[in-house]
Design a protein around this ligand. Structure first.
Ligand code: CA
Ligand code: CA
Length: 259
C-alpha cells in the first residue's frame, strides 16, 4: 500500500468515535490530532512549541526560556524543553486554576536529570506550605505528588504521595495524579496505577497567591529555586477525578498492561 494511503487510513482511524470500550455520551472531545481526550479540563496546555491554553479558559502561559522540542513521537516543536538552569513557564494566578479536591493532573514528561525539581507546581509556596506540585523523589526518581495545607515552614503542613516505580532518565512517560484528599492520592505511570506511600499526614488543601508554573519550584524559604531539566507535553488540569478509562485514554492505552 502506498505510504500516503496508510497515512490517510491512520487519520481516518484516529477520527472515529473512539475506542470500542469508550462509553457513549461521555464528555470527551477531539485532541489536536483527532484523538479522543477526556473533557472538559480547567486548563489544557498542548505545549506545541508555546504555552497556549487550548481549553478555551484563557490560561495562556508566559514562556521564560523554555524552548520547543520534539514530542514522544518525534514530531518537532510539539513539546517544550527546560534546561534545568533558569527555564520556566508562568501560567498565572487565576483562581480558576486553584480548585479544591478532587483534582486530576496529567502530563507527558521526560526527566533528563534527577534532582527533585518539578515539571508542574501550582501556587506552591514553602514558607506557608501551600498549593500542589508534581515532582520526583530524591530516592530513585519516583513520582511524588505534593499538597500543602497552609501553616508554618517545615514538614508539618504538607504531604507527599510517592509512587513506587523509578522514572528512567531521558524517556517519555505519561504521569497522571488524582488528588481526592490529602490522605487519598493516586498516581499512574503509563496508565498503570502505582503503589503509593504517603509521607506525613494531611490537612485541607490551601493555595497561596503564587502562580501555576512549569519547570521550577521553590525548595524552601531561603534556598535557591530548583529548575526542572527535561521536557513536558500535554499538560492537563481537571477539577474532577478522571476515571481509569480516561487516564488510559490519555496514556494511549486500551488495556491494562502488567508491570
Ligand atoms: Ca504537544
Ligand atoms: Ca535557559
Amino acid at each position: 500500500m502506498p505510504r500516503f494511503a496508510v497515512l490517510i487510513l491512520l487519520v481516518l482511524a484516529s477520527c472515529d468515535s473512539g475506542p470500542s470500550w469508550w462509553v457513549p455520551g461521555d464528555t470527551s472531545h477531539a485532541g489536536r490530532r483527532g484523538e479522543r481526550v477526556p473533557g472538559p479540563p480547567i486548563a489544557w496546555w498542548p505545549l506545541d512549541g508555546d504555552a497556549v491554553d487550548a481549553s478555551g479558559n484563557g490560561h495562556d502561559g508566559r514562556v521564560h526560556g523554555a524552548v520547543p522540542t520534539a514530542d514522544r513521537h518525534g514530531h518537532p516543536a510539539d513539546a517544550m524543553r527546560f534546561d534545568g538552569v533558569d527555564d520556566w513557564i508562568d501560567f498565572g494566578t487565576s483562581p480558576l486554576l486553584k480548585p479544591d479536591f478532587p483534582i486530576t493532573i496529567t502530563m507527558w514528561v521526560r526527566v533528563d536529570r534527577a534532582g527533585g525539581s518539578a515539571p508542574f507546581a501550582n501556587s506552591f509556596d514553602p514558607p506557608d506550605n501551600t498549593g500542589t506540585w508534581v515532582a520526583f523523589s530524591s530516592d530513585r526518581n519516583r513520582p511524588a505528588i505534593g499538597v500543602g495545607y497552609g501553616g508554618p515552614a517545615g514538614g508539618s503542613s504538607r504531604l507527599a504521595a510517592i509512587g513506587s516505580s523509578p522514572i528512567a532518565l531521558g524517556e517519555w512517560v505519561h504521569l497522571a495524579a488524582v488528588l481526592r484528599s490529602t490522605s487519598d492520592i493516586s498516581i499512574w505511570l503509563d496508565g498503570v496505577e502505582e503503589t503509593v506511600e504517603l509521607d506525613r499526614a494531611g490537612g485541607r488543601l490551601q493555595y497561596g497567591p503564587g502562580p501555576a508554573v512549569a519547570g521550577v519550584r521553590k525548595s524552601g524559604l531561603t534556598l535557591p529555586l530548583l529548575y526542572f531539566a527535561g521536557a513536558l507535553d500535554e499538560l492537563r488540569l481537571y477539577d474532577r477525578e478522571l476515571t481509569v478509562a480516561e487516564i488510559h485514554l490519555l496514556a494511549g492505552r486500551t488495556a491494562v498492561r502488567e508491570r
